[in-house]
Design a protein around this ligand. Structure first.
Ligand code: KG4
Ligand code: ZN
Length: 346
């Protein structure tokens, strides 16, 4: 396969990811060191701990990626790194390591937006997969749902994004994590709630939020509704039906995400819909949205779960296309905690 071979680093939050990706599509290595077990102890991410762990794991993860790919520095065309959005201490580790490696090995540097990475996970394929699968078609509506973001993005072409809508309060993943904690489930709440909800009958029907924008989301009211329900059971001295509440919460989140995404896809006459971000690993969301889109004759693209949560390969995918388009960063590249995609004006 042709195209640039990129070494990609992701360190924006609590995962240390290093990957080797060719032509923005083919994964030759993808190593992820996760801090989930560590943050489970505190029930959430402590930024200083996350940054220290990035520092602890970046070199071993780099070494593992080189070992997995079998390539050397002379085989690489560029070094790419997430420079935002994310936690500043975590971002700085990847950005500084990437800069140092690019200078030392005389390689071009590409800065990647983390959200763009989640979208480009849909372009990835395994090293052995031949022929290369078709690329996602344009125009494309992408639902990016992670711990930090919930955005509906219209993508007209590579690098051309319009923000259609976003959450006005909590991100979808954040809602999963907070409700998980409320129900006494382990961190992170997303996979735990999803597992509790499997096969359970919803204990209630939580209200769906109204938002001003047609493609906006709101999850904080739902979180409060769950809290009230839990308090109600406690006040009545009744056992809390954890699985049933998890199922009702998941149903409400999935319904909101699927309804708005479907509307955006219809209204913009897209060729397909793509999912990205940690919450895209949610089986109920994949199933429900897939089914509703199929009824409209629209395909749903979803990366395998391991490429939905933070990883280096998705950064390598976005970087491959950016690099091919002539995008280059330099030693001035900064970590930007609230970095936005370069939105087109709708
Ligand atoms: O994309 P990601 O790894 O990190 C961020 O960029 O934030 O997303 C992590 C989020 C967490 O909130 C986690 O609870 C959620 O993704 N998540 C899930 C599932 N797996 C991970 N949420 C719902 N269902 C899942 N199966
Ligand atoms: Zn992410």
């Amino acid at each position: 396969m042709s195209g640039p071979r990129v070494l990609a680093i992701e360190s924006s939050c609590d995962e240390t990811g290093v990957a080797v990706v060719v032509g923005g599509r083919r994964i030759e290595a993808n190593q992820v060191a996760s801090q989930v077990a560590l943050h489970a102890v505190t029930g959430g991410i402590v930024p200083e701990v996350a940054a220290r762990q990035q520092l602890r794991w970046i070199v071993p993860t780099l070494e593992a990626a080189f070992q997995q790919s079998g390539v050397g520095w002379e085989d690489l065309d560029a070094v790419a790194v997430t420079h935002g959005p994310g936690l500043i201490g975590s971002l700085l580790v990847g950005v500084n390591v990437a800069k140092a490696l690019a200078v030392t090995h005389d390689l071009p540097l590409v800065g990647v937006n983390h959200i763009e990475g989640h979208i480009y996970a849909n372009w990835l394929t395994g090293a052995a997969e031949t022929p290369l699968p078709a690329e996602p078609p344009f125009p494309l509506v992408c639902l990016v749902v992670s711990g930090g973001h919930t955005q509906l993005v219209l993508m007209q072409d590579h690098g051309r994004y319009t923000l259609l809508g976003q959450t006005v309060d909590d991100a979808a993943g954040e809602a999963f994590d907070k409700v998980g904690r409320l129900l006494g489930l382990p961190y992170p709440g997303g996979p735990a709630i999803s597992a509790a909800a499997v096969g359970a009958t919803p204990a209630t029907r939580f209200p769906r939020a109204r938002t001003a924008g047609p493609y906006d989301f709101s999850f904080s009211g739902l979180k409060t509704a769950v809290l009230r329900a839990v308090e109600g059971y406690r006040a009545r001295n009744e056992p809390i039906p954890i699985d049933g509440i998890a199922a009702a919460f998941e149903e409400a989140v999935v319904d909101a995400l699927a309804t708005k995404t479907l509307a955006a896809a219809r209204d913009h006459g897209v060729a397909a819909v793509a999912l990205g971000g940690g919450v895209a690993a949610n089986a109920a969301l994949r199933h429900s949205l897939g089914q509703r889109l199929r009824a409209e004759g629209l395909p749903l693209l979803v990366p395998p779960p391991a490429l939905c949560t933070d990883n280096g390969a998705m950064i390598g995918a976005a970087a491959g296309f950016r690099f091919a388009a002539g995008d280059r960063a330099d030693a001035a590249l900064e970590a930007v905690p609230n970095l936005a995609l370069p939105w087109l004006v709708p």
